[in-house]
Design a protein around this ligand. Structure first.
Ligand code: TYM
Length: 373
């Protein structure tokens, strides 16, 4: 059988992703200029990830904003599978979520799927618990408001989640899961059940609060597969389908294929990396769109569209004019690869230094975020 040139799912992202193709295949909608103006009506400005189409697709956004206009405000739901250190790709989704929380003053339900990672990764239960705690520190360091943010940890909150998860699970056939995730008979039986757990926070807040609010989920598009299933099931259970905002993937250091992933240390920047590690990783591994010699680069210019340092700057340089100048200068050859890398190194180190400071203090706040029930 011929292997597809790219593949996107929660358990594998591979190849050079064609996002337009993905929009068709997944049946999601491109975020239109009209959608953006509508968001801007409420937020006054647009987050750079919206302006730059890093968040590029949606499901049911119009309905969610219609409800908002009628006074029925959505809650936010997103999550983290704790199996290793957090990288700057994860942070992109969560810092955008924080922006939404601030602008719309909404509640956020944040799920830590320790069950998922125990079932899917070759790690012990204790190791996964350690990563759950470590990952919570990164989420807290982003500055979420503890009054409005509730952490759900699947094994810790099992008493709350499980009665709802079985209602979801009863409406999903094994054949649906097999087809959606490519599972075979050798998958463990826990992994087959797991999507039910990720579905519950779509409607749990409405059960707890006795309300009927829309749910809006920011995520990178690998997670959409779960929610394609969830959306059908929750409707059968009498709840609204969730609205979703989909982001592209922050690419790994080595180039525009696949996604940054924490299982491969040298392909990503971790939130706990030291200044020196960041510098070394970028200097040594960041795929460059530059030419092979300085003379050739000055003459013919580089290619920012494939250059990882430039691509990462689209996440970290908020100023559109500065970013455009970097793009133009690199393309014309007046900015060299080493100079471009230096800009990124400084930007990242500045950001991560602050993040690490906040992360160190976050331990004291964990209890404020974990949902009491
Ligand atoms: P996890 O831990 O794999 O990823 C957490 C979030 O980060 C996104 N992500 C990325 N975004 C940009 N660039 C990348 N390179 C990159 N890699 C990962 C993921 O899409 C995700 O949004 N099963 C989930 C946890 C979960 C969840 C949810 C996620 C539970 N409920 C609701 C989103 C929404 C997981 O393992 O995520």
């Amino acid at each position: 059988m011929q292997k597809r040139e790219f593949s996107v799912g929660p358990y594998e992202v591979r190849g050079k992703i064609d996002y337009d193709k993905l929009i068709k295949e997944f049946g999601v909608n491109k975020i239109s200029d009209e959608d953006l103006s509508r968001i801007k009506k409420y937020t006054k400005d647009l987050h750079p990830y919206l302006r730059r189409k890093i968040f590029f697709a949606q499901r049911d956004l119009k309905w969610c904003l219609d409800e908002y206009e009628k006074g029925n405000k959505f809650f936010l739901y997103t999550g983290c599978g704790p199996s290793g250190p957090i990288h700057i790709g994860h942070l992109s989704v969560w810092s955008f979520t924080k922006w939404l929380q601030d602008k719309f003053k909404t509640e956020l339900w944040f799920q830590f799927t320790d069950d998922e990672k125990f079932l899917f990764k070759g790690k012990s239960y204790d190791e996964i618990q350690k990563w759950t705690y470590e990952n919570m520190l990164d989420v807290i360091a982003l500055g979420f408001n503890p009054k409005n943010t509730h952490f759900l940890i699947d094994t810790k909150h099992a008493g709350l989640l499980y009665p709802e998860a079985i209602k979801v699970a009863k409406k999903i056939n094994f054949s649906t899961i097999k087809a959606a995730f490519g599972f075979t008979d050798s998958n463990n039986i826990g992994s087959i059940f797991y999507t039910a757990m990720q579905t519950v926070p779509v409607f749990l807040p409405n059960i707890l609060r006795k309300e009927n609010r829309p749910c809006l989920i920011p995520l990178a598009i690998d997670q959409d597969v779960h929610f394609r299933i969830s959306r059908d099931v929750v409707e059968k259970l009498g709840y609204h389908k969730p609205a979703i905002l989909h982001s592209k993937f922050m690419p790994p250091l080595t180039g525009m294929e696949g996604k940054m992933s924490s299982s491969e240390d040298n392909l990503s920047i971790l939130t706990t990396d030291s200044e020196k590690e960041i510098e070394t990783k970028i200097r040594k591994y960041a795929f460059s769109g530059g030419r092979s010699t300085i003379e050739e680069h000055r003459k013919k210019g580089g290619n920012p569209d494939v250059d990882v340092s430039y691509q990462w700057l689209t996440y970290f340089e908020d100023n559109d004019e500065k970013l455009k100048k970097i793009y133009d200068d690199y393309k014309s050859g007046s900015l060299l690869t080493s100079e471009l890398k230096q800009i990124l190194i400084e930007k990242l180190n500045k950001f991560l230094k602050k993040h690490q400071e906040k992360r160190r203090k976050a331990g004291k706040l964990v209890e404020k975020f974990v949902l009491k029930f």
